[in-house]
Design a protein around this ligand. Structure first.
Ligand SMILES: *Cc1c(COP(=O)(O)O)cnc(C)c1O
Length: 435
């Protein structure tokens, strides 16, 4: 399968080029030329299939032309060594729990898949060292660093905004050592993202190093996120059949990679009636839905910090998919936006009424369903991270002392190692030129 750029000013790319380059030459995002629908027989039997097997069929639709079936199957199976269960929170509202992986957030899925795909290409072709650059507002860094940890032939540089990431999140990518370097940038997330983008555009740097991105713009991270939407449907199929309800999927969104993968799933035939994109105070997409004007802004710091994105990259993919039609986009996706105070209230109300502990990101998703669900609809929101990743905030808001899962506690024992840098591209470039 070939990949084209959303800006349409770059040549089409092979899968390997799209994965290694991350971003097209014209700064556009790569899109697969086809989104292949899965056959009716797949949906008829989906509830009898294991998550890994469901995921393999989804992966085959995108990557089957480029990767032999046995290799693809082992990449998928090795990626999904944990489950993504659906939990009933209250009548007709379910949480798709995406936090059962190594770093307790949904980004584990895409990051683990990308690391294994890149390793497949390196092995196949005996390539030189590949350097992965990743900007993070928290969870991307830990998922990518852990997904790539110890993968031979790959070095990862994690760029994160100094002082704007929780201690638990920080420990997950600053204590690993080996092939992982954490860069502490004196700036905000958007600065980190700009440093990464500029690096890919710098000819001199690209002659010196093979660079690739592991942000959610990369097709190898982005597309595998479709897997768990199918698995969620498989788990809810019986409920939907019994109630006759239609499925609404609500995604707490920042850079919009996760929801876009779900929209791709629907294009493949997944019976999702509609989507809701839940934003925190960074409401660029919400405003777009109201006005038809896409107006990026500097990001604001909020409680749900992995959604603090002022210029959501993957908007370009949604826009491209629907031919730039505001009407088509607004028909399929509605929006919601919540202040920190509303997030706090939601977490408390849900905990009191149901006993379910939401994290601040999932809280936006839950609340958007509470307010937006219509008669005849069942909603599933993506619980994108484990609440213990935000333990200090969650405990303060709920007056609890939630347990830290063992795999999370283990990170906090390690010693922090970082390289402090300014937000100037020249500094970052000089640092990379010395590597
Ligand atoms: C990254 C992240 C999000 C936002 O996902 P996007 O794909 O960027 O929209 C939401 N919640 C958590 C916990 C995240 O880590």
């Amino acid at each position: 399968m070939k990949y084209y750029s959303t800006n349409r000013q770059a040549p089409v790319a092979t899968l390997e080029k799209a994965v290694v380059k991350g971003l097209a030459e014209d700064k556009g995002l790569y899109m697969p030329e086809h989104i292949r629908p899965l056959p009716p027989s797949f949906f008829e039997h989906i509830e009898e299939m294991a998550f890994q097997e469901i995921a393999y069929h989804v992966a085959d639709a995108f990557f089957g032309e480029d990767i032999p079936a046995d290799d693809l199957r082992s990449i998928v199976y090795d990626t999904l060594v944990f489950d993504c269960p659906v939990a009933e929170v209250e009548k007709d509202i379910f949480a798709l729990e995406l936090f059962h992986g190594p770093t307790l957030a949904f980004k584990d899925v895409g990051a683990r898949f990308m690391a294994r795909l890149l390793q497949y290409f390196i092995r196949k072709e005996g390539k030189n060292r590949i350097n992965v650059l990743v900007a993070t507002s928290g969870d991307t860094g830990s998922a990518v660093a852990n997904g790539f940890l110890g993968v031979e032939g790959i070095h990862v540089y994690v760029l994160y905004p100094k002082g704007k990431v929780s201690r638990i999140q920080e420990s997950q990518f600053t204590t690993l050592g080996h092939n992982i370097t954490a860069i502490e940038v004196d700036g905000v997330f958007d600065d980190c993202q700009a440093l990464v983008k500029n690096s890919f555009m710098d000819e001199e740097l690209n002659r010196h190093l093979v660079l690739t991105s592991a942000n959610s713009i990369n097709v190898a991270r982005f597309l595998p996120q479709a897997f768990y939407y199918f698995h969620a449907y498989a788990q809810l199929k019986r409920h939907l059949h019994e109630t006759g309800n239609r499925l609404v999927v609500c995604v707490p969104s920042g850079n919009f990679g996760n929801i876009t993968a779900g929209i791709f799933g629907r294009e493949m035939g997944l019976p999702v009636h509609r989507f809701i994109a839940a934003n925190n105070a960074n409401d660029i997409f919400y405003q777009y839905l109201q006005t038809g004007v896409y107006a990026p802004k500097p990001s604001l710091q909020t409680l749900a910090n992995a959604m603090d994105v002022g210029a959501p990259s993957n908007f370009a993919r949604i826009y491209d998919l629907y031919g730039g039609s505001h009407e088509r986009i607004a028909d399929l996706v509605s929006g919601a936006t919540y202040s920190d105070e509303q997030i706090r209230q939601t977490m408390r109300a849900c905990h009191e009424a149901t006993g379910y502990v939401l994290d601040p990101h999932g809280a936006c998703g839950y609340q958007a369903l509470k307010e937006g669900l219509k008669v005849g609809e069942t909603g599933v929101f993506l619980e994108t991270a484990h609440p213990a990743k935000f333990k200090e905030k969650v405990d303060e808001i709920l007056a609890t002392d939630i347990e830290i899962p063992a795999r999370l506690a283990a990170f906090m024992q390690g010693e922090k190692q970082t390289v402090p840098l300014s937000s100037q591209f020249e500094d970052f470039k000089a640092y990379l030129m010395k590597q």
